[in-house]
Design a protein around this ligand. Structure first.
Ligand code: DCT
Ligand code: MG
Length: 580
């Protein structure tokens, strides 16, 4: 039986804080009446050591919670949370409390897992894995707004205690796996992400509806053209001139295309793209599909995420959303709003504010240049000229001023394709040239950038030997493969080449968020979105220009912590909407 105390007076609280302050770490947890900070209430705050817990009932003694300010801001003890983002949002929104020196047992568990998917990192599973304890979570969703039962108090206390107990074994494991730097980077970034979610983004609902309607109209009109082309007989016979073909059915579409003499082996878009030059009707089909996709992904569905209280969209960002450490975003996915102007234009600054849109220029290629120490690529970045143009001039033997748009675009495909382990066939498809030409280009690329070739080769080999790869900071990504399966082997090699680069870029982006979150604390500026190498902030108009400069400078600083021999460039724009 663990010792549990419900704190009722300032005196009791001070005594508890005294005791807790002497610990290396304390477990912290909250119980709330729901998941959304704006519509639910904060009921309990639990503070714990490994064998006792102190509980503050915020309903009964709300003033006591404010007394936690010093403890929460202090460097020591370390505050251990499981999924700190959730508790930080509640503490900040309801009590204005901020927390320094965080250790997050959920993020630690994910880091230790090294990007392997299929493992759950909820508290019960984490406790089971690291402490071999079975945790009863039945009270989690019980009624936290009524009079609390003994069982609820026990549950609340025990959660904070086990979180505190997780600290030592997880710290040891992080140390063993050489993950302390990565863990520090992650833990420092939690508050930035919590605040970004609390702030949310403003969507111009009317404008969005207009665009969706416009897309629907376009889609309808293309569908009519397509039906007439694909199903001419039916249209003529039908009384209402309507075709019965279902354009969303691959088998019906394939059959109709074949009847027209178009030799389709399947109806995947990449295949159709290939044939479209010869059979232009396929361009219409591709266009129809992309409109339909946009409608289902970004149709009116997003409007239900506009918060009834704030009027903004508060998406859910998963801090370690992918094995490389990139953030992912859900409900809705603000990272996947189409890059086209019309959609992004709908995300606006609220009156009196402006947006700052800042993105790293070619960050992955800069990481590659710096890490591989390739002299040619490094020199290209130092020259300050357009990288893709430089590559094009080298690949096609033209002077910089002679490079054509197509050549630049092919060079760009090459520059990025290389880090994704793209082969000659892939390049040929993307630049729409014969495979023999793609082969020559790749060969010339590696001859020019021999340092890159060497680094990539090595990275691919090491992935197979070590069955893992790491970012520059040391983020661990296990690579699982089947030695007897060549497809699985080449996938592993590809990951070995690409993951370290992408993960390092993700680390840079997180570091930038942390630095900005910290330095912008006493300004009007707030982070509102992260799309990998791009950060979006909202700021009062009067501060916008000045803070934009600060954002540029600090994002560069974050980049240069990881990239030492190549300049880091950040493009910054101040605008009324999310457009570049
Ligand atoms: N990207 C990629 N593969 C490509 C193109 C882009 O992986 N073929 C990724 C990496 C960079 C990011 O998208 C931003 O894309 P762009 O802005 O188009 O790339 P850029 O290098 O900045 O090129 P440009 O100078 O044309 O903007
Ligand atoms: Mg660009």
């Amino acid at each position: 039986m663990k010792k549990i105390q419900i704190i009722k007076t300032t005196k009791e609280l001070n005594k508890a804080i005294n005791l807790l302050s002497q610990k290396e770490c304390i477990g912290v947890d909250t119980e709330t009446t729901g998941l959304d900070p704006y519509t639910s209430e904060l009921r309990l705050i639990q503070l714990a050591t490994t064998d006792r817990a102190f509980i503050i009932d915020v309903f009964k003694t709300p003033k006591l919670a404010n007394e936690l300010k010093t403890l929460f801001l202090a460097e020591k003890p370390v505050k251990v949370f499981h999924n700190a983002k959730f508790d930080l949002k509640m503490l900040k929104h309801h009590l204005g409390l901020r927390v320094h020196s965080i250790f997050d047992t959920m993020l630690a568990s994910k880091l230790i897992c090294g990007g392997r998917e299929g493992q759950s990192h909820n508290l019960a599973k984490t406790v089971d894995r690291f402490l071999n304890i079975e945790l009863d979570k039945t009270e989690q969703t019980s009624n936290w707004s009524a009079t609390l039962t003994e069982s609820q108090i026990q549950y609340a206390a025990y959660d904070a205690i086990v979180v505190c107990q997780l600290y030592q074994p997880q710290l040891l494991k992080l140390c063993e796996l050489d993950l302390l730097d990565t863990a520090e980077l992650e833990f420092d970034c939690v508050a930035a992400i919590a605040d970004m979610e609390l702030t949310g983004m403003l969507l111009d609902e009317k404008h969005w509806r207009a665009i969706v309607e416009d897309t629907e109209k376009k889609s309808l009109s293309i569908a009519t053209t397509l039906r007439q082309a694909l199903d001419p007989v039916d249209v003529q016979m039908s009384l209402f001139g309507e075709s019965t073909i279902n354009l969303d059915s691959p088998s019906q579409v394939q059959e109709a295309l074949r009847k027209l003499g178009i030799p389709v082996s399947d109806t995947r878009s990449s295949h159709l793209q290939h044939l479209a030059k010869e059979f232009p009707i396929l361009y219409q089909l591709l266009e129809y599909r992309s409109l339909q996709k946009a409608l289902s992904a970004y149709g009116l569905g997003i409007l239900k995420f506009i918060h009834p209280i704030t009027g903004r969209i508060h998406a859910n960002f998963l801090q370690i959303g992918t094995p490389t450490g990139r953030l992912s975003c859900h409900e809705p996915n603000l990272q996947q709003i189409p890059a086209s102007k019309e959609y992004r234009n709908c995300f606006i600054a609220s009156p009196g504010n402006r947006l700052i849109i800042a993105d790293y220029s070619q960050i992955e290629l800069r990481v590659l240049a710096d890490w591989s120490k390739d002299t040619v690529l490094t020199k290209a970045f130092h020259s300050g000229a357009d990288l893709h143009c430089i590559t094009a001039s080298q690949m096609f033997g033209a002077s910089l001023s002679e490079v054509t748009t197509e050549q630049r675009s092919a060079a760009k495909q090459l520059n990025y394709g290389i880090i994704y382990g793209m082969g000659a066939q892939g390049l040929a498809n993307r630049i729409d040239r014969p495979i023999s030409e793609a082969e020559k280009l790749i060969e010339r690329y590696f001859r020019t950038y021999s340092g890159v070739a060497c680094w990539l080769n090595q990275a691919g080999k090491e992935a197979l030997v070590n069955k893992q790869t790491r970012s520059r900071l040391g983020r661990l990504m296990y690579i699982d493969f089947d030695l007897t399966d060549s497809a699985s082997l080449s996938a592993a090699v590809r990951l070995g080449k690409n993951m370290p680069i992408q993960a390092t870029s993700a680390d840079i982006s997180k570091r930038a968020m942390t630095i900005l979150h910290h330095s912008l604390t006493n300004t009007s500026a707030k982070l509102i979105n992260n799309v990998h190498d791009e950060l979006v902030l909202e700021v009062s108009s009067s501060e916008a220009e000045e803070i934009a400069k600060q954002v540029e400078k600090e994002m560069m600083t974050a980049g240069q912590e990881f990239i030492h021999n190549v300049p880091v460039v950040v493009d910054v724009k101040v605008a009324d909407a999310w457009v570049k």
